[in-house]
Design a protein around this ligand. Structure first.
Ligand SMILES: NC(=O)c1ccc[n+]([C@@H]2O[C@H](COP(=O)([O-])OP(=O)(O)OC[C@H]3O[C@@H](n4cnc5c(N)ncnc54)[C@H](OP(=O)(O)O)[C@@H]3O)[C@@H](O)[C@H]2O)c1
Length: 437
C-alpha cells in the first residue's frame, strides 16, 4: 500500500483494548486525543516516538518489561515499557516514567497519523489540501523515509491540474515525486543498515511527513551535502545529468538553454559551463536574467521580447548555437530552433510554454539539425540508470559542480503557494517544501 492510496482519517476510531499494564516504564506522551492538535510539543513527541519506533522489537504476549524495550502507540500516545531512563534523543519533558499500557500486536496501527497534502480532485492550487493520513508501514522490499524536505517540480503542477496525460495519478493522491530525509524503517528483505541513513527517494507521495519507497528507489546522500540541496537536485539533477550525458557539449560549443532560470534548466546551464561551453541563457524578465548572469553565462536573452533568436545568433557572431536545450516548449521552443546553427543539435524536453516544441522534420533535415526528444522517445530509464543519474547529480552537487539555486522554501501546508508561484513564473531555480526540521 502506498501512502497516496490511503484515505484521510475522519471521525472517531475505536480504541484498541489494553492487554496488560507494565509498571515503571518510560512513556512518551503526546496529548493529542483528537488527532488534530498541532501543538509543537506534541509534534516533537510524535517525532521522538517515531525515531524510536523502528529499532525496538515488536511486543509479544508474555514479554516482560525487563526483556526488551518496546513501543506501542495508540493515537497520540506512545509508550516504551521497560525503559526507566530517558531514551537517547528525548528530553525529560517528553518522557514520563510510570505504568505503561501495552497493546496486542494486531492493534490498528493506522491510528498513528502523519501530516500530508492530498489532492481529491484535479484543479487549481487550492485543491492541495493539508490532511492527516495513516502512517505508512513498509512491506517486503520497502523502506519508510522520514521526509525532511521535498522539491516542487513542474510535473507536480501538471499532475495536480489534470494535464499530465499518461502520468496522471489516480485520485485521491499525495502529490510530489519523492523527497530527502532519513530512513525510518525497513521492510522484510531490506538491509537494516539503511535505518537512520540520509537518503533521497524518487517515488510517489513526497508531500508528506513519511513516504514509502522501494529499496531500489532510494539513494544515499553524500556526507557533507545538506538535505535541502539533495532534494533540490533529486529530479532536476537526475534529468540534467541524463540529458547532458545523451547530448553533451564540448569546450567552446555555443549552447542555448531556454527557461534557463528553471529547476532542471539552470543545472544544465551549469553542466554546460563546467564542460567549457559558452552558454546563452534565455528566460523571461530581468529578475531571472540577473540570476543567470550570476551563473557565469556568456550571455542572457529575454525570450519574451520579439526577435530574440536573432539576438542569440548575434551573440555567436551570426552562425547560431551548436546545441539547444529547450525546457520551455511551445512557441519559445519553436523560435529557439531559429537560433541553432545548420548541422547543430536541438534537444526538446520541456512543455510549460504550451507543449513540447514542434519542429518541422523537413526543415530540420534541410538544415541538417538533429532533433532529440530523449524523455519521450523511448521507455523511461530502468531503475539502475535512474539511480545512477541521481547519485551522479548528488556527487556533482557535493563537489560544488552543481549549485542548485533554492529560490523558495515553503512549509508543507503552503504547498498551494509553491504551485501558484511556479505557475505564475515567479520561482527562481527550485522551490522546496519543508516537511520537518
Ligand atoms: N524537472 C525535471 O526533472 C523534469 C523532468 C522531465 C521533464 N521536465 C520538463 O521540463 C520542463 C521544466 O520543468 P521544471 O520542473 O524544471 O520546471 P521549471 O523550469 O522550474 O519551471 C517551468 C519554467 O517554464 C517556463 N515557462 C514558460 N512558459 C510558462 C508557462 N506558461 N507557465 C509556467 N512556466 C512557463 C518558466 O520560465 P520563464 O518564466 O523564464 O519562461 C519556468 O522557469 C517542464 O516542461 C517539465 O515537464 C522536467
Amino acid at each position: 500500500m502506498t501512502a497516496q492510496s490511503v484515505p484521510a482519517i475522519t471521525g472517531e476510531r475505536p480504541m484498541p483494548e489494553i492487554d496488560t499494564v507494565v509498571p515503571n516504564s518510560a512513556q512518551i506522551r503526546n496529548h493529542r486525543p483528537s488527532g488534530k492538535d498541532d501543538h509543537p510539543v506534541d509534534r516533537e513527541a510524535r517525532q521522538a516516538f517515531r525515531r524510536l519506533q523502528h529499532p525496538l522489537p515488536e511486543w509479544r504476549p508474555g514479554l516482560r518489561p525487563t526483556d526488551a524495550p518496546q513501543v506501542n502507540a495508540i493515537g497520540g500516545l506512545a509508550e516504551i515499557p521497560g525503559q526507566r531512563a530517558s531514551p537517547p534523543g528525548l528530553t525529560s519533558s517528553e518522557v514520563e516514567v510510570g505504568d505503561c499500557r501495552a497493546y496486542r500486536p494486531d492493534d490498528d496501527r493506522s491510528l498513528i497519523t502523519m501530516r500530508a497534502i492530498q489532492v481529491r480532485e484535479f484543479g487549481g492550487p487550492e485543491v492541495l489540501e493539508p490532511v492527516e493520513l495513516p502512517d505508512p508501514v513498509p512491506g517486503p522490499g520497502q523502506v519508510v523515509v522520514d521526509v525532511a524536505v521535498t522539491d516542487v517540480i513542474y510535473l507536480d503542477v501538471m499532475r495536480r491540474s489534470g494535464r499530465a496525460g499518461p502520468a496522471a495519478p489516480a485520485l485521491p493522491y499525495v502529490p510530489g515525486r519523492g523527497g530527502a530525509g532519513r530512513v525510518l524503517a525497513v521492510g522484510e528483505g531490506v538491509d537494516p543498515a539503511w535505518v537512520g541513513r540520509r537518503v533521497v527517494a524518487r517515488t510517489d507521495g513526497g508531500y508528506a511527513e513519511r513516504l514509502l519507497a522501494a529499496e531500489e528507489e532510494i539513494v544515499e546522500v553524500p556526507d557533507g551535502l545538506g538535505l535541502r540541496e539533495a532534494a533540490a537536485v533529486l529530479h532536476d539533477g537526475g534529468t540534467a545529468v541524463g540529458l547532458f550525458e545523451a547530448t553533451p557539449a564540448a569546450a567552446h560549443d555555443w549552447v542555448l538553454v531556454t527557461a534557463a532560470a528553471g529547476g532542471a534548466a539552470h543545472l544544465l546551464v551549469q553542466l554546460a559551463g563546467d564542460a567549457g561551453a559558452r552558454v546563452v541563457a534565455a528566460a523571461r524578465g530581468e529578475r531571472k536574467l540577473a540570476m543567470l548572469r550570476g551563473l557565469g553565462v556568456a550571455a542572457v536573452v529575454d525570450y519574451s521580447e520579439p526577435g530574440w533568436p536573432d539576438r542569440v545568433r548575434a551573440v555567436t557572431g551570426g552562425s547560431g548555437v551548436d546545441l539547444v536545450f529547450d525546457g520551455a516548449g511551445g512557441e519559445y521552443g519553436r523560435a529557439a530552433f531559429d537560433a541553432v546553427a545548420d548541422g547543430g543539435r536541438f534537444v526538446t524536453y520541456g512543455s510549460a510554454g504550451g507543449g513540447l516544441a514542434v519542429i518541422d522534420p523537413g526543415l530540420a533535415a534541410r538544415r541538417n539539425v538533429a532533433v532529440h526528444n530523449p524523455l519521450f522517445a523511448g521507455p523511461p530509464p530502468d531503475p539502475a540508470t535512474a539511480r545512477a543519474r541521481i547519485a551522479r547529480a548528488l556527487e556533482l552537487t557535493a563537489k560544488g559542480v552543481l549549485r542548485p539555486h533554492i529560490g523558495a522554501v515553503h512549509p508543507l501546508d503552503q504547498a498551494a503557494e509553491a504551485h501558484r508561484a511556479l505557475e505564475e513564473r515567479r520561482t527562481l531555480g527550485r522551490a522546496l517544501l519543508l516537511v520537518s526540521g
